[in-house]
Design a binder for this molecule. Structure first.
Ligand code: NAD
Length: 417
């Protein structure tokens, strides 16, 4: 069995772009252009800590390709943030925006910091310091950040405020994922999972699965995982297993997602929920079910456990839950995979709606947001599924191909290649 080779995300995304280039018969020089971000900025952010000492934080912002529009992508606050990771994530954002056909290229940013050991005041000063360092590089027409790992609506509010002060006017459209009162969009909290559900419904149609008779297992019970469980439950799917970082629970009769959430809020974990069997965090991935939703971390389905995966369909709400080597085995097993750049693109799509609403200063109802999201996700599924059938390629490569084709066509029209 082929073992995991490299897990450097930058190398992985470059290889993915190369395989998409082969499928689309792209010239080698065009593929080379796509394998590198257009611009990357590296900054140092001196911040006065609560104890009076000045600490220097390293930050990055990468803009991969802006042929289709301004670049867009989150800002990550995590001790492991580094330039390779930020570049890779910006390239995945190009692929993600391209799959759903929204007018953006890919961007990403991050600051190497450990928010778990910082006060709110220190986090605010790092957030404002990061914007002071990169503000000329971003903007509503240039590059629009959003939340990512360990950043949230409050941090987006500070960043928007800092950028607005520097520009001298309120620039709500510079950043998305803001609180509703400061130009955030209704529907954003459930957007990622709702997008996943719209693609699962389409996947179920092509596989002939009746959702009312189907079972699902979900790894991760945060924003993406809980809402995925709830929305599938509302569609009549029996949720037989869920897990979080502390472990998992299994029930043959099925779980009520809201009751499980309440239990997790009270006790800190889903583990111990009454009348369930305790299982491991990763066991949710290998339980026999129709629909598997990885909604936790990257690199969870690997060569170690892929042969145990028994689902008919895998909808990747998480980013990068499947390693490239495990991916090949999933394709051989004939499991329908809804790849992350398709299945979790609902988040960036509603971020796009937020930016549109900021630009024209008129705000939509949640119903309008979800209707527009459904249209975009259903069309995206169809484009990817048609490409998968037409070129006889796996769904992940097909999603990449739909996306890269749009980017390359835009580059041609602009006379760049
Ligand atoms: P979150 O922090 O709200 O939740 C993460 C969940 O994963 C928590 O319940 C945590 O306990 C669980 N978890 C952590 N380690 C685990 C393990 N080893 N096994 C099982 N569960 C574990 O995060 P989120 O926003 O739900 O994001 C989850 C995934 O979805 C990430 O990969 C993220 O990049 C992706 N995603 C999220 C959004 C969004 O809008 N929230 C958008 C696109 C992609």
């Amino acid at each position: 069995m082929e073992k995991e080779l490299t897990l450097n995300p930058f190398k992985i995304v470059q290889e993915q772009i190369e395989s998409v280039g082969e499928v689309l018969n792209l010239p080698k020089d065009v593929v080379e252009v796509l394998k590198w971000p257009k611009r990357v900025l590296s900054v140092s952010i001196p911040v006065k800590m609560d104890n009076g000492e000045i600490k220097v934080f390293l930050g990055f912002r990468s803009q991969h390709n802006d042929a289709l529009g301004p670049t867009k992508g989150g800002i990550r606050f995590h001790p492991d943030v580094n330039m390779d990771e930020v570049m890779a994530l910006s390239m995945w954002m190009t692929l993600k925006c391209g799959v759903v056909g929204i007018p953006y290229g890919g961007g990403k940013g991050g600051v190497a910091c450990d928010v778990k050991n910082m006060s709110q005041g220190e986090i605010e000063r790092v957030s404002r310091g990061y914007i002071d360092a990169i503000w000329q590089f971003i903007g509503p027409e240039k590059d629009i950040p959003a939340p990512d790992v360990y950043t949230n609506p409050q941090i987006m509010a500070w960043m928007m405020d800092e950028y607005s002060k520097l520009r001298g006017f309120n620039a709500f459209g510079v950043i998305t994922g803001k609180p509703i009162l400061l130009g955030g969009s209704l529907g954003r909290n459930m957007a990622t999972a709702m997008g996943t559900i719209y693609t699962i419904r389409e996947g179920a149609k092509v596989l002939g699965i009746n959702l009312k008779e189907a079972t699902a297992s979900i790894q991760g019970y945060g924003n993406a995982g809980y809402f995925a469980a709830k929305l599938l439950y509302d569609d009549g799917v029996k949720i037989i297993a869920v897990s979080d970082s502390k472990g998992g629970i299994y029930s043959e009769e099925g779980l009520d997602p809201d009751k499980v959430l309440k239990y997790k809020q009270e006790t800190g974990s889903v583990v111990g929920y009454p009348n369930t069997k305790t299982i491991g965090s990763k066991d949710t991935l290998t339980i026999p079910c129709d629909i598997l939703v990885p909604a936790a971390l990257e690199n969870q389905i690997t060569t170690e456990n892929v042969n145990e995966v028994k689902a008919k369909m895998i909808a990747e709400a998480a980013n990068g839950p499947t390693t490239p080597e495990a991916d090949k085995i999933i394709a051989e097993k004939g499991i329908l995979i809804l790849p992350d750049i398709l299945a979790n693109a609902g988040g960036v799509t509603v971020s796009y709606f937020e930016w549109v609403q900021n630009n024209y200063g008129y705000y939509w109802s949640e119903e309008e947001v979800l209707q527009s999201l459904e249209r975009i996700m259903v069309n995206a599924f169809k484009s990817v599924y048609d490409m998968h059938k037409e070129k006889k390629i796996d769904m992940r490569t097909a999603a990449g191909a739909v996306s890269i084709k749009r980017v390359v066509d835009a580059m041609k029209l602009r006379g760049w290649i």
